[in-house]
Design a protein around this ligand. Structure first.
Ligand SMILES: [Zn+2]
Ligand SMILES: [Zn+2]
Length: 160
């Protein structure tokens, strides 16, 4: 993430904590730093490990509370996926589609100009567009290969 985006996110947090008279705890800023370092999707556990590796252990309760705050402030978005909850930096310039494997739960991101244009062309009803996220469910190539291998194995055993 570039320093400008990071500064903007920090300013968002500063502004909220000041106006809501919340304490500016070092934990909240350490968690924001860790969030900025994450690439793609992450879990609460990933975030906890990242903080631990920086010698800044944070309790699960604090992590959950802070992430909820970040969601409210549009710093982070939450994906509720079959494989569990994943978080991602909220970047309106980075609208993308997710390919989600129904077998292993792996998520890969793809950009599609067709989808970006189509969503842009949708006439919304009393609603201001901020961004979008699209999920495409299916089977990843690794799982597909495994599937084919086990099928062949079964066939071979049948023919013995
Ligand atoms: Zn898979
Ligand atoms: Zn994503």
């Amino acid at each position: 993430m570039d320093t400008e985006t990071k500064a903007q996110l920090k300013a968002t947090l500063d502004g909220y904590l000041e106006t809501s008279r919340h304490r500016k705890t070092s934990e909240r800023y350490a968690i924001l730093d860790a969030v900025c370092e994450m690439t793609g999707h992450f879990t609460i556990e990933d975030l906890g490990e990242r903080l631990l590796s920086r010698n800044f252990p944070v309790s699960r309760a604090t992590l959950y509370n802070t992430i909820s705050l970040f969601i409210k402030l549009h710093i982070v978005i939450r994906h509720r996926l079959p494989a569990g909850t994943r978080y991602e930096i909220c970047d309106m310039e980075n609208n993308h589609c997710h390919q989600i494997c129904n077998v292993c739960g792996k998520i890969t991101e793809i950009k599609s100009q067709i989808v970006i244009d189509a969503v842009g062309a949708i006439k919304l009803q009393r609603f201001r567009r901020e961004g979008f996220s699209l999920y495409i469910y299916g089977i990843c190539s690794t799982c597909m290969a495994k599937n084919t291998r086990s099928k062949t194995l079964m066939e071979q055993q049948k023919n013995k």
